[in-house]
Structures are given as C-alpha cells and as structure tokens.
Design a protein around this ligand. Structure first.
Ligand code: PLP
Length: 420
C-alpha cells in the first residue's frame, strides 16, 4: 500500500523494482553444447544430410515441433515472414486472389500476401480479444476472396470455431499466423493444426528463438511437400538435387539454428506454465484497477501462448492516456509493447508501393478508404507486457500492478506536467 502512494519514477520517485526484468533470449549451457556439437561436425546446413536423416538437427527439430503443435508435418524455414509466403502459396493462394487479414498485426501477415501476388483485404478485430473479428471477415467476402490469415495475437487463439465455419461455407483457405502463439490451444487443439496451415517465427523476441527462423505446420501431406519445395528453391523431395520444379527462394534454416531451437524447445512447456500462472495472477491484480480493460475470458482457450500480455487503457477512467502510461512505465524500467497502428496506414498500402506484385490485371483493392473502427481505437489504447516479463516472480507481478496503481494515483499531476 505504501508503495502505491509514493511518487512514480517519472515524477522523481524510486523505481519499485531496482533490478532489471528477466532478460530474453534465455540461454543455458545446454544451448551451447548443442551448438558446439554442430559446429564441430562441419555440417552446418540442410543439404549436408539426406532429406530425412535422423542425424540432421533440422529434421529432428521439424519432427519435434510438429508433435509439439499437434500437426502431422512441420517444415522449417528462415523466418516467420517466409513461412507465411510459403504457406499461402503451398495452400493454393494464387496471384490476384484476395486474402482477408486483420489490420492489427505485424506487417508480415499482410505483406506476405502481396509478395506472392495476392491482395490483402483488411478486417477489423474484436476490441476485447485483439484478434480478427469473424463478423468483419464475413462482410468482406466476395467472389475474389480465396483465403483468410488468422493471427493469434499475443498468443491468444482467435475464434477458430467461427473462422473454420466461415471458411467451410465459402471454401476459403485458412492460414494461422502463429508467430506469437506456439503452444497456444483452442478447445484442446494446438494452433497451427486447425486451419490448412500454420506459420511460426523464431526471431529473437519469440517464445522459442534462434535469432531468426520460422516453420510451416500442416496436417496435409500435399501442403507439407509443397512447403518443402518452396523453401528449397523448388526442389522436390525424392527427386534429383539439380532438378527444380517451382520458382522459389532459398528459405532454408541452418543446422546451427536448429540446434539452438531444439535446446530452446526443451524448456518451452515449463516456461509456458510459468507465464500461465503469472498471467492468471496479473489478471487478478489488474482487474481491480479502474481504467484497465482486460481481454475477455474465454473457456475455449485451453492454453494461451502468452507472447504478449495485452490490455486496453480507458483514458477517461484511468486519468491519463495510453501513451503517457507507456512513458511512465518505461521510466519504471518495465519493457513494454506499445501496440501496432492500423496496417492499411503504412505507406506500403497508402502509396501502393507493391513493386512487381499487387498489379494483377483488373484486380485492385482501395486501401485509401480502408477503415476498421476497433483497430483505429485499439491502436491508441492497446499495450502489453512481453513474455519475458511474465517469466518473473509472483512478486514481480505485484510490482507491475503496483507501478500502474501509483501512476494512476498521480494521474492528475502527470497530466498537468506538460502544462506547468
Ligand atoms: C504476427 C506475426 N507474424 C509474422 C511475423 C514475422 O516473423 P519474422 O520476424 O520471423 O519474419 C511476426 C514477427 O514479429 C509476427 O509477430
């Protein structure tokens, strides 16, 4: 109690937590051992081994990762953006096809569609889940629509019941963007195994990381084989090495990255359990603070991947707006996610800087008039804590809540700071 009445750091008070918050990526001696093993072997890339060699770290990783995500197949690749391009193309999106994408996500969810010649069409999100709004998806469907990219934002699964129902009704391809959501589960089933394909990122900040990296998961042998080809300059499994069937890039992961991923993955469930526990406790602590709007609880979410712990700030009830709260929490030393802007406001879309892509004869989308009310709103009110912060202690969660409370208690002073 004493703590929350003291001055926040931004007004000259002492930080509630003097030590730094948990660091990321997290590394152990096990990671180093795995790495040294690969370095010493001299086999640093996929083609050093046969296609399905048990010795290959890449093959080992793909098998384990598929199991982890309840999928029959996983194909690794260089990053989550490449995974999206590969999955969209492998699942059958063609140049000129419209693909519905939420307007509140990382740019790759939409730019990957452009990169394969498709046209992203922006759907709104639900304010209280940060995920794509199925009603908005339905409104955007027209004869050119071929697919939906569903983003499990921050690790929270989107409403896959509704999305799959809509997709079946309109015969649409569903790609789950799970970059932020490994281990997340919708009604007992892991994300990335519900739609036609799932895509993952292992970039530095992600819950499983090798600096850069990605994967496509699927239950379809056809999509898995095509993904393999597309990440491997059009080579086909079982065919001669210098025979290429499709125009594509080299999107291969390295053995070095796969070794780190295998080691990182061995801790993933344990770390996810800590985030779950802290996430539940934070919900309890933050739900009593006026002006903090926490996401809707949903029993169908049987596991949250918790890449981000997201919430909204109601300026009127909290006393200051989201940006001022971010500034005040930064001063407390808390690492923070400040939200995305509406994707359609990027010059990429407003100026249609699509390069060779996106100019399919007779097909176009009017991005200038795109407008998603909830995305507009949430881009000003949404914020979150990172997954690494959720790996802190129970006391750390109390410190987070205390920090917010004391900032709120000094809202008036903070607001008038600029006017004095
Ligand atoms: C939702 C989402 N999709 C795709 C990506 C792209 O992943 P990568 O950075 O590995 O290309 C990210 C990464 O930040 C992401 O958050």
């Amino acid at each position: 109690m004493m703590k929350s009445t003291s001055k926040p750091a931004i007004l000259g008070g002492e930080r509630l937590k003097a030590e730094p918050w948990p660091n990321w990526p997290y590394m152990t001696d096990g990671d180093i051992e795995e790495l040294v093993q690969v370095l010493k072997s001299g086999n640093w890339c996929r083609i050093c081994y046969g296609e399905d060699s048990d010795e290959s770290k890449i093959v080992q990783f793909e098998r384990s990762f598929a199991r982890m995500q309840d999928a029959r197949y996983a194909v690794s690749c260089s990053n989550g953006t490449a995974a999206l391009e590969i999955a969209l193309r492998a699942a059958g999106i063609k140049p000129g096809d419209e693909v519905i994408v939420p307007a509140f996500t990382f740019i790759a969810s939409a730019s990957a569609v452009l990169q394969i010649g498709g046209l992203p069409v922006f759907a709104d999100i639900e304010e209280d889940t940060f995920c794509i709004d199925p009603d908005s998806v339905e409104q955007l469907i027209n004869p050119n629509t071929r697919g939906i990219v569903v983003v499990h934002m921050g690790g929270r699964p989107a409403n896959m019941d509704r999305i799959m129902e809509i997709a079946r009704k309109h015969r649409l391809i569903v790609i789950e963007d799970c970059a932020q959501a490994n281990l997340a589960e919708w009604r007992g089933q892991k994300v990335g195994s519900i739609g036609d394909a799932g895509t993952f990122s292992f970039q530095n900040s992600k819950n499983i990381s090798s600096g850069e990296g990605g994967a496509v998961t699927t239950n379809s042998e056809e999509i898995a084989d095509m993904s393999y080809s597309l990440h491997h300059i059009g080579r086909k499994k079982g065919d001669r090495f210098y025979t290429h069937h499709y125009a594509s890039w080299n999107y291969r992961l390295t053995e070095i990255q796969a070794a780190i991923l295998l080691s990182q993955m061995s801790r993933a469930e344990e770390q996810n359990a800590i985030r779950q526990e802290n996430g539940r406790y934070l919900y309890e602590l933050l739900s009593g603070i006026e002006g903090i709007r926490l996401p809707r609880q949903d029993d169908r979410i049987t596991n949250n991947g918790y890449h981000l712990y997201l919430f909204n700030i109601d300026e009127e009830r909290f006393g200051i707006n989201r940006d001022l709260l971010l500034e005040a929490l930064y001063a407390e030393g808390v690492p923070l996610f400040g939200g995305y802007g509406p994707l359609y406001k990027n010059p990429l879309f407003t100026e249609k800087n699509f390069g060779v892509n996106g100019y399919i004869e007779g097909k176009t989308v009017d991005y200038q008039s795109a407008y998603c009310p909830n995305v507009e709103k949430v881009s000003k009110t949404g914020m979150g804590f990172y997954q690494s912060t959720l790996l802190g202690t129970r006391e750390d969660m109390e410190t987070l809540a205390e920090s917010i409370i004391r900032i709120r208690n000094h809202a008036h002073e903070l607001k008038s700071r600029g006017n004095s």
